[in-house]
Write a protein that binds this ligand. Structure first.
Ligand SMILES: Nc1nc2c(ncn2[C@@H]2O[C@H](COP(=O)(O)OP(=O)(O)OP(=O)(O)O)[C@@H](O)[C@H]2O)c(=O)[nH]1
Ligand SMILES: [Mg+2]
Length: 453
C-alpha cells in the first residue's frame, strides 16, 4: 500500500471559502506538473490555474505549495492545493489529481505515513485524532500538549532510565559473586523505586484523561416535574428538552454533549422517577435507571423548600457515599431562601441551590461538576496527561514489571532473571510510543481516523 502516491480532500465537505486537497508520495511533484501547476518552488505558495489532465480545461484558481520530503508532514513529497470550497470545486480538483496518477487515500493514511516515516510517534498520532475530535477546551489543550510531545518526552525519559537501570544490573551479571562490586544494591533499588513511582504518577490521572475525550456522563434525575429538563436546558444554554407543567413530559432520555467551564460532559435528561407511571413512561424510567448505573455524576433534583418524599430519601441514602452524587435544589426562585428544607443538610447532604429561570446558582453547579470529575486534570501541574486506555494499559504493564524486578531482587533471584523484568518494562514503554509491536496497535489506532488526515 505504501510507496504509491495518494490524494484526498483534507477539509470537511460543505459550503466554505476554501478547501485543501493533499497529495503525498514520490509522484506528487509530477502530478503537480500534470495538473498544470508547473515547477513549484519548495515551500513557497504559488497562485496557479489548475487544469484537467484530460482536456486542459481550467478547473480552479488555486494556491499550490510543494513540501519536499523528508521534511514534510508525511515525510514524503507533499503537494498541498488550496482550492475553493463548496460541493464541487474540491471534488473536481481531487478527481483531476486521481486522473493524473494519484490513488485515493485511505482514512488516516497521511498520518499513518507520517508515523511510518518517523515524523511522529504513536502518542502524537493519537493526539492528532484527539485534537480533531476535541469538543471542549480542556480536551483540546490536552491534545495540543500531547501533539507537542509532552507525554512522549516523559515516556522516552523513563525508557532511558530503564536502560541505565539495566546497565547497572549488568555489572552484577558480568562480575558475579563480588559482594562489594562496583554498583551499590541500594542504588539499584532506589532507581527502580523512583521509576515505579513516576509511572504511578503518570497513571494517577489516566481515568480523568480518558474522560476528557468522551465527556463525563452526567445524568439529571429526580421525581417528575421537579425541573430536570429546565435545568438540562439551562446548562446546555439552549432549549433542547421539552419543558411543560405536566409531570411525565420527558419519556425517553435525551443526551447532549456540552462543555461546562471548558470541560466535556455528556449531559442526560431523563424521565422522572416514579412508581405509578403508564407503560411508555415506565419504559423511559427503565432507560433512566440504566443511565444511573453508568453515570459518572448524578444530579439528583428536588425543588427548593419542599419536604422530600420517602423514595427520594432512600435514593439519597443509597448513594450517600457515592462520589458521583450531586444533590440539587431546583426552582430556588420560588423558595423563601431560608435553605433549611427538611434537615437533610444536617444529615450531611450538600445541596446546590439553582434556578433555571433566573440562572442563579448555575455557575456554582458547573464548578461543582467540573471539580468532582476533573480536579486531577486541573491540578496535575507538569505531569503530562495519559488520555487513552491503550496508553494506560501499557504503562501499567511497565510499572508491574518494575515491581517484579524489585521483588526478584528482594528474593535474591539471580540478576539475569531479575533483569528480564527491566527489559519487559522497557518493551511496554516502547509499545506506548509505537516503537515495537505496531501492527496490531496501528490497526486499532487508525480504525477511527477520517479521510484526508
Ligand atoms: N419558577 C421556576 N419554575 C421552574 C424552574 N424550573 C422548572 N420550572 C417549571 O417547573 C415545571 C416542570 O419543569 P420541567 O423542566 O419540565 O420538569 P421535569 O423534571 O423535566 O419534568 P418531567 O419531564 O415531567 O419529569 C415547568 O412548568 C417549568 O416551567 C425554575 O427554576 N423556576
Ligand atoms: Mg423533563
Amino acid at each position: 500500500m505504501m510507496g504509491d502516491t495518494v490524494a484526498a480532500v483534507a477539509t470537511a465537505p460543505g459550503r466554505a471559502g476554501l478547501a485543501v486537497v493533499r497529495v503525498s508520495g514520490g509522484e506528487a511533484r509530477e502530478i503537480g506538473r500534470r495538473l498544470g501547476l508547473g515547477e513549484l518552488e519548495p515551500r513557497r505558495a504559488s497562485v496557479r490555474e489548475l487544469t484537467s489532465p484530460a482536456d486542459g480545461e481550467v478547473l480552479d484558481r488555486v494556491v499550490a505549495t510543494l513540501f519536499p520530503g523528508p521534511g514534510s508532514y508525511t515525510g514524503e513529497d507533499v503537494l498541498e492545493i488550496s482550492c475553493h470550497g463548496g460541493a464541487l470545486a474540491p471534488q473536481l480538483v481531487l478527481d483531476a489529481a486521481l486522473e493524473a496518477g494519484a490513488r485515493r487515500a485511505e482514512p488516516g493514511e497521511f498520518t499513518r505515513r507520517a508515523f511510518l516515516n518517523d515524523r511522529m510517534d504513536l502518542l502524537q498520532v493519537e493526539a492528532t485524532e484527539d485534537l480533531i475530535d476535541a469538543t471542549s477546551e480542556a480536551a483540546h489543550r490536552a491534545a495540543v500538549e500531547q501533539l507537542g510531545g509532552g507525554l512522549s518526552e516523559r515516556v522516552g525519559e523513563l525508557r532511558e532510565r530503564l536502560v541505565r537501570l539495566r546497565a547497572l544490573v549488568s555489572y552484577d551479571i558480568d562480575f558475579p559473586g563480588e559482594d562489594d562490586g562496583p554498583v551499590d544494591p541500594a542504588e539499584v533499588e532506589e532507581a527502580a523505586a523512583a521509576l515505579e513511582e513516576e509511572l504511578s504518577a503518570l497513571l494517577e490521572h489516566a481515568p480523568e484523561g480518558e474522560m476528557l475525550r468522551e465527556g463525563a456522563l452526567a445524568v439529571v434525575a429526580g421525581r417528575p416535574n421537579v425541573g430536570k429538563s429546565s435545568l438540562f436546558n439551562a446548562l446546555l444554554g439552549d432549549d433542547r428538552a421539552i419543558v411543560t407543567e405536566e409531570p411525565g413530559t420527558t419519556r425517553d432520555a435525551i443526551e447532549a454533549v456540552v462543555s461546562l467551564s471548558g470541560y466535556p460532559f455528556r449531559l442526560v435528561d431523563t424521565a422522572g422517577l416514579r412508581e405509578d407511571a403508564d407503560r411508555i413512561e415506565g419504559m423511559g424510567i427503565e432507560v433512566a435507571r440504566g443511565y444511573l448505573e453508568r453515570a459518572d455524576l448524578v444530579l439528583f433534583c428536588a425543588e427548593a423548600g419542599r419536604e422530600l418524599e420517602g423514595a427520594e430519601r432512600d435514593f439519597l441514602r443509597e448513594r450517600a457515599g457515592d462520589g458521583g452524587l450531586v444533590p440539587v435544589r431546583t426552582k430556588a426562585d420560588l423558595a423563601d431562601g431560608s435553605g433549611a428544607e427538611d434537615g437533610t443538610e444536617r444529615a450531611g447532604v450538600e445541596w446546590t441551590r439553582v434556578s433555571a429561570r433566573t440562572g442563579a446558582g448555575l455557575g456554582g453547579l458547573r464548578e461543582r461538576l467540573v471539580g468532582r470529575v476533573y480536579a486531577g486534570v486541573r491540578g496535575r501541574g507538569e505531569t503530562p496527561l495519559v488520555t487513552r486506555r491503550r496508553q494506560a494499559r501499557a504503562l501499567e504493564a511497565a510499572r508491574e514489571e518494575v515491581g517484579r524486578f524489585r521483588e526478584a531482587r528482594r528474593r535474591g533471584l539471580p540478576p539475569e532473571v531479575a533483569v528480564t523484568h527491566v527489559q519487559e518494562a522497557g518493551r511496554h514503554l516502547e509499545e506506548v510510543l509505537g516503537i515495537v509491536d505496531t501492527e496490531e496497535i496501528l490497526g486499532e489506532v487508525f480504525s477511527s481516523f477520517c479521510i484526508g488526515k
